[in-house]
Design a binder for this molecule. Structure first.
Ligand SMILES: Cc1cc2nc3c(=O)[nH]c(=O)nc-3n(C[C@H](O)[C@H](O)[C@H](O)COP(=O)(O)OP(=O)(O)OC[C@H]3O[C@@H](n4cnc5c(N)ncnc54)[C@H](O)[C@@H]3O)c2cc1C
Ligand code: SF4
Length: 338
């Protein structure tokens, strides 16, 4: 690991100031915030991230209220540990898709260390990004090319990619958040703002080293999920090479608002399939106002994957995702009335 300066922030305002003037939003920002460290320290050891300064957020990491409920819905502290929120009885009861996305992520040890804010900002697991001996990686070394286009790419993304990067967004929690139209609070040296979680991650857009819309020094402080009661009829289906301690090959976050058997509103987001957390709006529109049957679910799934672009080893992924969407919709339909 390269030498770096280690700073400890006393409070949020100081942390934002310490992070200002940096390329936040970029993979290689020279100042990095340290939350649980389960992504950051790994990548520093691998010599992928090379910050000059690490700002420890430790003083913020025991929030007074990791989970709160009010008329605006549920608020989750970005500094809360994944394990606390995953096991929270009210989260499990009111927003099963959120709880499950956390329960099915990583391992118990990691969930005890890792925070919600760090989770949404985790980096891709693309092996060519994580190993600097591969020279071609536009995300790690802008303009160098993309090794994954021709090397084995079995678990690379098929949605939202371009020919500069086909990396998969590996997280689960952000997928559940975008399905429920959640928002994220940000604090920075120039004040606070709130944006849709769906607007946090960017596409590759020819410059995959820029990953988010965060401004210099901005820190994620909280997530807000709207209060709709029908979101109890929701679930997170995650398919992976082994049943625990593994990232998704494909994952589906589903929430259904049903009147009898008819779909008033459906929410579908995909994990493991796309460059960023991916909302399947075409599939949602396809379902609206119709009785939910296996045939309708299959045609909605086809709509969700219509733009898929594969690169050889990952040719199997669209079909797998379609089957996962059908299964998730039918399992959500079978859940008892919210
Ligand atoms: C073996 C392994 C398996 C895993 N499996 C899964 C899985 O199946 N599903 C899944 O979703 N995840 C998985 N993960 C990822 C894990 O969940 C993340 O590493 C973790 O959530 C990151 O949180 P952290 O608090 O440790 O972040 P850190 O490592 O501390 O930070 C990550 C990044 O976010 C920035 N950051 C952190 N907090 C903030 C904030 N509040 N505001 C602004 N910037 C911030 C940091 O500067 C850094 O760039 C796995 C990780 C490992 C090592
Ligand atoms: S897919 Fe993206 S992260 Fe992976 S090698 Fe290509 S440019 Fe790098």
């Amino acid at each position: 690991m390269r030498p770096f300066a280690f700073e400890r922030a006393g409070d949020l305002a100081q942390a934002c100031r310490m992070g200002s003037g940096t390329g936040q939003g970029q993979t290689d920002a020279p100042v990095q915030f340290l939350a649980g460290g389960t992504t950051l320290i790994d990548l520093m050891k691998l010599d992928v991230l090379r910050p000059n300064t690490v700002v420890d957020l430790d003083s913020l990491l025991t929030p007074r209220e990791p989970v709160a409920f009010g008329p605006e819905g549920m608020t989750l502290s970005a500094f809360a540990k994944m394990s606390k929120v995953a096991a929270h009885p009210a989260v499990t009861a009111h927003y099963p898709v959120i709880a499950q996305s956390l329960q099915l992520a990583a391992s118990a040890q990691l969930r005890n260390m890792a925070t919600l804010g760090g989770n949404v900002l985790q980096k891709t697991r693309c092996p060519y990004y994580r190993d600097p001996s591969w020279k071609a990686c536009n995300k790690r070394a802008p303009g160098s090319g993309c090794a994954a286009l021709t090397a084995p790419n079995r678990n690379h993304a098929v949605l939202g990619v371009d020919d500069t990067c086909i990396a998969q967004y590996p997280g689960d929690f952000a997928v559940a958040l975008i399905a429920l139209d959640a928002r994220v609070d940000l604090s920075g040296p120039r004040g606070s703002r709130s944006i849709a979680v769906a607007d946090l991650h960017t596409g590759p857009n020819g410059q995959p080293h820029i990953e988010t819309t965060l401004r210099p020094g901005e820190i994620i402080t909280a997530f807000h999920v709207p209060p709709d009661a029908w979101m109890r009829r929701s679930l997170y289906l995650k398919l992976r090479d082994r049943q625990s301690y593994e990232f998704a090959i494909t994952a589906v976050a589903v929430a259904l608002n049903l009147a009898g058997n008819t779909v008033n509103e459906a929410r579908i987001a995909l994990g493991g399939m796309a460059y960023r957390p991916w909302r399947a709006k075409a599939a949602e529109a396809h379902l609206a106002g119709k009785p939910l049957t296996a045939e309708l679910a299959a045609s909605a799934a086809a709509a969700a994957l219509s733009g898929a672009k594969t690169h050889g080893h990952n040719d199997y992924k669209p079909e797998l995702a379609k089957r996962a969407i059908v299964r998730a919709l039918l399992e959500a339909q079978a859940l008892k009335e919210a």
